[in-house]
Design a protein around this ligand. Structure first.
Ligand code: ATP
Ligand code: MG
Length: 459
């Protein structure tokens, strides 16, 4: 026995809150209908595939099928059902405290739990979609933004922390107990959304903005889990820097300490200079809206290039440019030991009507860590496969050429990109050696892997 559920979706796209439409979830389907008033605004909608221009006010329905109970852009607002996911555990603890016994009896890996999480964490997060239980909740969220205040991070911060996470509208003692004073957090990189002075990190923080706040920018604060990934902050900074030097668009970032924990504050690219949300969607959400995908790496890079070209939905405004970007991103990932460039680490943003790959995020060289030591989480150029008319498997360089071809690049261009990427990463290993918080074992592994890639690509 189950009951249909309903929620409303709002957005602050364009600077002013507007209701986008209504969401219904039955035992078999999720359904969404745009409001007529919203359609008049000619703004982005739920996502690229579920866009207002394709559906108008016709109800969009989608079968509930693993791993998606909801439309992918909405599903991505819910931290995944992994026992060790920090964000999910935090939300669950909060809900347990709020609802007590009644909530404790709920299966924490069920859709019921997901839905409860969505109602508290579905607004004010990354991206442009805000999910609320009803319009009343939306009104009170938008119409009562707390006055913006910057506070020093001190040991007494506990009380002010009350308001930090967007989900914890009232009580956050649970959060304080989880994160501080001696945090031992588990799971995928813990993150906090905060705001800081526009001039950069100076030890003062505020709540994420909910309206235009001059002099203040929004940031994602990523914490280092020093036991699981020692030195990851330094490594992520190094690769952000290398991408910046190589000419990629990289957000500003500041290394910092948050109650003794090493952390990295990164300027958000899903907000503009007026703190207004911008359309932003991961490739996972976009692709899974159109085709069945089992997880965020259930694809091939070559197929991404093909999708950019052939999808009936316009994914990017300049296809050739985007395919070249994709190719260069993969080269940089291979050469910096990041095997983790999956569909959730690639996003599309729309700024002034131009859809492009977003700024760089999450380029951390995960091969430094034994549990993530793989060349690439998704296949490309048939690497390692043996074509029917051949006796030997396709080697790394051949695979790169094949992928380049699928990105519309000829051999000369491919060679030139390889040469450029090799020179842009030439001092990578030297710089890795100089890091102070990465263990020798992790440095050695990373250096060995990237040296091997360099050799193969230079051959
Ligand atoms: N600077 C940013 N601006 C806007 N959104 C961001 C930014 N950095 C990260 N995000 C969003 O937050 C999500 C999580 O961030 P990120 O990928 O850096 O960490 P993570 O996925 O937890 O790390 P890992 O993949 O190693 O577990 C991203 O998928 C992206 O949607
Ligand atoms: Mg990521």
């Amino acid at each position: 026995m189950s009951t249909d559920r309903e929620a409303v979706i709002w957005t602050r796209l364009g600077g002013k809150p507007n209701r986008m439409g209504r969401l219904y979830v039955t035992d078999k389907e999720c359904r969404f209908t745009y409001d007529d008033d919203y359609l008049q605004l000619q703004q982005p909608g739920l996502g690229l595939v579920y866009a207002p221009e394709y559906y108008g006010n016709t109800t969009i329905s989608r079968e509930r099928k693993k791993p998606f109970d909801l439309f992918p852009p909405i599903q991505s607002l819910i931290p995944p059902r992994q026992n060790d996911n920090f964000q999910r555990n935090l939300a669950l603890k909060y809900l347990q405290k709020k609802h007590g016994q009644q909530f404790s009896s709920l299966d924490m890996t069920s859709f019921d739990a997901d839905w409860e999480i969505l109602k508290v964490s579905g607004h004010g997060g990354i991206g442009h979609l805000d999910v609320f239980e009803d319009d009343h909740c939306a009104d009170s969220w938008y119409n009562n933004p707390p006055a913006h205040e910057l506070m020093e991070i001190t040991d007494e911060l506990g009380f002010s922390l009350k308001q930090f996470m967007t989900w914890f509208e009232e009580d956050i003692e649970v959060f304080i107990r989880t994160v501080g004073p001696t945090p031992s957090v588990g799971g995928a990189i813990p993150k906090l959304l905060l705001s800081i002075p526009e001039s950069g990190w100076d030890g003062r923080i505020g709540l994420p903005t909910r309206q235009k706040t001059p002099g203040i920018i929004d940031v994602v604060l990523k914490f280092e889990q020093s036991t699981r990934y020692p030195g990851i902050i330094e490594l992520e900074m190094l690769t952000l820097e290398i991408h910046r030097e190589a000419g990629f668009d990289v957000p500003r970032y500041w290394p910092c300490f948050f109650k003794g924990m090493p952390a990295l504050a990164i300027e958000r690219f899903d907000r503009d200079q007026n703190n207004t949300p911008l359309y932003c969607e991961s490739l996972y959400s976009i692709l899974a809206s159109g085709i069945p995908l089992n997880n965020h790496y259930d694809y091939r890079y070559d197929l991404i290039a093909q999708a950019l070209d052939l999808s009936p939905v316009e994914i990017v405004s300049h296809i050739a440019e985007a395919k070249e970007h994709l190719f260069q991103r993969l080269l940089m990932a291979l050469l910096t030991g990041n095997g983790d460039l999956h569909l959730e680490n690639l996003s599309i943003t729309c700024i002034q009507n131009k859809k492009t790959f977003s700024k760089i995020y999450d380029p951390a060289p995960m091969r430094a860590y034994a549990q993530h030591d793989m060349l690439s989480v998704m296949p490309f150029g048939d690497y390692g496969e043996t074509p029917e008319d051949a006796d030997t498997a396709i080697n790394l360089k051949q695979a790169v050429y094949r992928f380049a071809k699928n990105c519309g690049l000829n051999t000369a261009l491919c060679d030139s990109h390889i040469e450029t990427a090799l020179s842009q990463t030439a001092d990578f290993n030297h710089r890795v050696k100089q890091l102070t918080t990465v263990h020798d074992e992790n440095k050695e592994r990373l250096i060995k892997r990237t040296e091997s890639v360099r050799l193969k690509l230079s051959a």
